[in-house]
Design a protein around this ligand. Structure first.
Ligand code: GUN
Ligand code: FE
Length: 442
């Protein structure tokens, strides 16, 4: 197994003590084998001189839609339900194998370029294998699944699923892809949100996810019209309903969770449900502001995700960290959501949401080598003298500062260039594929 030595870095370990270590990281195969000053280079296949750059864990984004990257800028200035019915669903309905593939590669290129190494991803109804192929070849780590939707109004026919077929197709994908690409790919059941799902589908997901031991990812309580639709149909508040049908369990990961009452927060905590915060999307769709400090105070694991490109319009964790901090400070005062807390959410917090806290999220011996090197030799992140590194990274650094990215011990970006994706080709093919997709809509 190949050994790599990253030399001469300022290491933000993101361990329990928030230790910062000046020194080296030894990688053996896909795992971190040693951390410390002046590690011996004997038997090492490749030495990467960090030249004083900051080494930190790759970001873990716990809510992404790779299939929507192609729709960046095509659904601006709308609220959730119109955004879905008038724009996103017709666009997703027109997807082909080709367009899902280039949408995914475009998104993955942006994610790796900005330091993200793991995502929890929700695809569309069809062509999910194209996304898995893009994930496999790019080197990204991802938990993903086809979206499931067998219910709702104004759903274009190609997205209207038969309940049993939706469950069967999910199982078929799971059996083929769960654990693929050296374990970098895992499958998750992804019922879109209660508005799009019959109870039969959700109960099927509950049972199959338990049978296969995989996660369930859905949107919940993002928007007030959404929760009104759920209450009118199911006679309960959204999260109360999810608990009522037995879905509220430790393998459930909810995106957004803005409009929760006290009872729902108690359910989430007691059942071990996890939450993803999506500040950019929540602001742009005018959905609201999640009560993140309260959720964290209750001990609920909360990660961060950019959501899809058409509701953000970027997939950049540096922007999401900034928003995560700032939108709470303006409401709750300047001391909440300090740089350490936010960086933890972007790394270890995300790992906890995914149940991967023993594998990723920090730079510690035994963990998978999912790392980023940040070059902070630039005007906008100086001075460095006596500076707090957490402050520099969270409040001042930007995605353009990411220089090198490793995932699963492999260098996937170096010298600010993504190595696993041909950018020129993907930009060109993304435009070509989108043009064809739009022609299919007419
Ligand atoms: N709720 C149901 N589907 C979606 C989606 O695609 N994006 C967002 N942000 N919320 C949703
Ligand atoms: Fe989403």
């Amino acid at each position: 197994m190949a050994k790599k030595l990253i030399r001469n870095a300022s290491i933000l370990t993101m361990n329990d003590r928030y230790d910062v270590v000046e020194g080296d990281v030894l990688i053996d195969g896909n795992r971190i084998a040693a951390i410390g000053p002046d590690l011996p280079a004997g038997g090492v296949d490749r030495v990467i001189d960090a030249g004083g750059k900051v080494l930190l864990p790759g970001f873990v984004q716990t809510h992404i839609h790779l299939c929507q990257t192609l729709f960046r800028g095509r659904a601006d200035d709308l609220a959730l339900i119109d955004w879905l019915r008038k724009r996103i669903w017709p666009l997703e309905a027109a997807h082909s194998e080709d367009s899902v593939y280039y949408s995914a590669l475009l998104g993955i290129g942006e994610l790796i370029r900005s330091g993200t190494t793991t995502i929890l991803d929700m695809e569309t109804v069809h062509h999910t294998e194209s996304a898995f192929q893009a994930i496999a070849s790019s080197g990204l780590r991802a938990i993903s699944g086809k979206v499931m939707m067998d219910h709702g109004t104004e759903v274009p026919p190609p997205l209207q699923e038969n309940t049993q077929k939706s469950l069967q197709e999910s199982v078929d994908l799971l059996e083929k892809w769960n654990g693929a690409a050296n374990g970098r790919i895992q499958y998750a059941f992804c019922p879109r949100f209660v508005v799009s799902c019959t109870e039969e589908l959700l109960v099927g997901v509950r049972d199959l996810s338990a049978q296969y031991g995989v996660r369930v990812h859905t949107h919940a309580s993002e928007n007030r019209d959404e929760i009104a639709l759920v209450e009118a149909e199911r006679g309960m508040r959204n999260v109360v309903y999810l608990d009522h049908i037995g879905l509220a369990k430790p393998n459930l990961i909810l995106a957004h969770s803005i409009w929760l009452d006290d009872d729902e927060k108690r359910i989430i905590k007691e059942r071990g449900v996890k939450v993803t915060h999506c500040p950019g999307s929540n602001l742009k769709l005018a959905s609201g502001i999640a009560e993140v400090p309260d959720l964290l105070d209750r001990g609920i694991p909360v990660g961060i995700g950019a959501d899809g490109a058409p509701c953000n319009n970027n997939l950049d964790m540096y922007q999401e960290m900034r928003l995560t901090a700032f939108i709470q400070k303006v409401q709750h005062g300047p001391t909440v959501m300090d740089a350490r807390t936010v960086l933890r959410m972007a790394t270890m917090g995300g790992a906890e949401v995914l149940g991967l806290e023993r594998e990723i999220g920090s730079v510690e011996v035994g963990k998978l080598a999912d790392l980023q090197l940040l070059d902070l030799e630039d005007f906008h992140v100086y001075p460095s003298y006596d500076a707090d590194l957490f402050s520099r990274v969270v409040y001042a650094a930007t995605r353009g500062d990411v220089d090198t990215v490793l995932i699963d011990g492999e260098v996937v970006m170096s010298g600010k260039r993504v190595l696993t994706i041909d950018r020129t080709h993907v930009l060109k093919e993304a435009d070509r594929s989108l043009k064809k997709l739009l022609a299919r809509i007419g």
